[in-house]
Design a protein around this ligand. Structure first.
Ligand code: ADP
Ligand code: ZN
Ligand code: MG
Length: 480
């Protein structure tokens, strides 16, 4: 029956900004340091300590807003969000509430079938993170690490425009990709640099209003968000179909059980009593400064994707894969530039196929890959000039990836040069034809398929080094 229900989803994403120091003090934001080593009176909330806003955090936040086409407001207000929790020593979090620094904007999410969906953003605001409770640190209880306390975050709030778990996944992918392109967040969900809460409701297809929503938290991967949404949508549908009502509440995603459970009501009873932080002036960003930042933005994923298709004549699929990260896109462009005589589509095939396979295998990032664009371009050069065949190139590439040697060096020392000498190949062809009289007769009798057998035999004899075009010609002649 689910087809008559439509999911309505809005996501709230917290992204940790990659600043060197915290939002309101100069403590380091380094992940993984000795617990409680990066703290000071400001981030510990000691009486009398005063916050001073980090310009780098504002810069990164504004860049992000600009990248999504948000309005950046000249003036915004920091507010105190009050609640009590062991990892929040001040008893409040500095956030933005009534006047965030930016609003509106859109994220263009690309679905797996290649179509796009525009998801509107409601706002992006700046805030500080809380510390971390570690429930596994001691036998007797919970330990608190305040290193993360005061680390800058942006919260990116979407409108309830998302209509499926798949769209949510696509939205998050585009969001993360853009943050990485901008260099403002490392995007690491396991380390908590990117966190996502999902607001979910369902309504009868075609209805104009929204149903009652729940908020699901605690997912630690994009796939987790996708699964949690699917689970919660189904749960709400079955509640409604059995005549019940959805209760507005906060739920936690339980990875082990692959199910949601209610948050303890104590944790949920929130009355944040927001009010402007009297220790901080309104944040004012000058128009010129914002305009300067807009000019400084790198080419963003969608733009780069489009350019790849136009400039290199690549299929949209290829452009999408190659621009997944800025580093991979740079790698492709540098290789294509250096291998100017090679069709960019061929370069793309190699990178999407061989190169990505090796990276996946080794679990290594492209910027750490031994085979540099110059080396890969060198290999293409050898193919173009006919020194090696495309088939041998695969062997050469494997060796390049294993040893870091250049293609030319491998080809020379490995005796992998393609055989294009007709007389040498003719000799092999004649031997193979003479050695397989039955198959030769079959071919003459019209069984075209046998030709492949002869091709294979000749390639085998020459250990794959014979120029396939010449083999093909000579075989046709020899077989008559
Ligand atoms: P709150 O003030 O409780 O945080 P907001 O109005 O700021 O609520 O919305 C929080 C998130 O919930 C936003 O991403 C928004 O798009 C989403 N949202 C709001 N109403 C619904 C709904 N009925 N169904 C699904 N998502 C919703
Ligand atoms: Zn500090
Ligand atoms: Mg909200």
């Amino acid at each position: 029956m689910s087809h008559q229900w439509e999911p309505v989803i809005g996501l709230e994403v917290h992204a940790q900004l990659k600043t060197g120091t915290k939002t309101f003090c100069r403590c380091s934001t380094q992940f993984g340091d000795e617990p409680n080593s990066n703290v000071c009176p400001v981030c510990l909330g000691l009486p009398g300590a005063l916050p001073v806003l980090n310009r780098e955090a504002v810069t990164m936040a504004v860049k992000t807003a600009l990248a999504f086409g948000c309005k950046v407001h000249r003036q915004s207000i920091f507010a105190r969000k009050n609640y009590f929790y062991p990892d929040l020593p001040k008893g409040y979090q500095i956030s933005q509430y009534e006047q965030p620094f930016s609003s509106d904007g859109t994220v263009e999410a690309r679905l797996e079938d290649g179509t796009s969906r525009s998801i509107r953003l409601n706002r992006i605001h700046l805030e500080e993170d809380a510390g971390k409770s570690i429930h596994t640190a001691t036998e007797s209880g919970t330990a608190v690490d305040l290193n993360r306390c005061g680390t800058p975050l942006i919260e990116i709030v979407s409108e309830p425009d998302i209509r499926s778990a798949e769209e949510a996944y696509a939205y998050l992918s585009r969001l993360r990709q853009t943050l990485l392109y901008l260099g403002v967040c490392d995007g690491n969900m396991e380390e908590g640099s990117l966190r996502c809460d999902a607001n979910i409701s369902v309504r009868k297809a075609g209805a104009s209003g929204f149903g009652t929503r729940t908020e699901v938290k605690n997912m630690n991967s994009f796939r987790g968000v996708e699964r949690a949404i699917n689970y919660e949508v189904e749960r709400q549908i079955s509640v409604l179909e059995s005549g019940g009502e959805v209760v507005q509440e906060t739920l936690l995603w339980d990875v082990d059980k692959q199910a949601v459970r209610p948050m303890r009501s104590k944790e949920e009873a929130n009355d944040y009593r927001y009010f402007p932080d009297p220790d901080l002036l309104p944040l004012v960003v000058e128009d010129d400064w914002v305009a300067g930042l807009e000019k400084s933005l790198p080419e963003l994923p969608q733009a780069r994707e489009k350019r790849f298709t136009n400039q290199y004549g690549l299929p949209e699929y290829d452009s999408g894969v190659l621009t997944v990260t800025r580093e991979l896109a740079d790698y492709f462009e540098e290789t294509a530039r250096l291998a100017a005589g090679t069709d960019p589509k061929k370069v793309s095939n190699w990178i999407m196929g061989e190169v990505l396979a090796v990276l996946r295998d080794r679990n290594v990032e492209i910027d750490r890959f031994e085979v540099t664009p110059a080396q890969l371009a060198g290999m293409f050069g050898l193919i173009e000039e006919g020194t090696i065949s495309g088939k041998i190139a695969k062997t050469v590439f494997e060796e390049m990836a294993a040893s870091g040697k250049s293609a030319a060096e491998i080809v020379e020392t490995g005796g992998l040069v393609q055989i294009s000498d007709e007389s040498a190949i003719r000799e092999v062809v004649e031997r193979v034809v003479a050695g397989n009289p039955e198959q030769a007769a079959e071919y003459k009798a019209g069984k075209q398929k046998v030709f492949g057998f002869f091709m294979g035999q000749v390639m085998k004899e020459t250990r794959g080094k014979a120029n396939p075009k010449i083999v093909n010609e000579l075989l046709r002649k020899a077989l008559g």
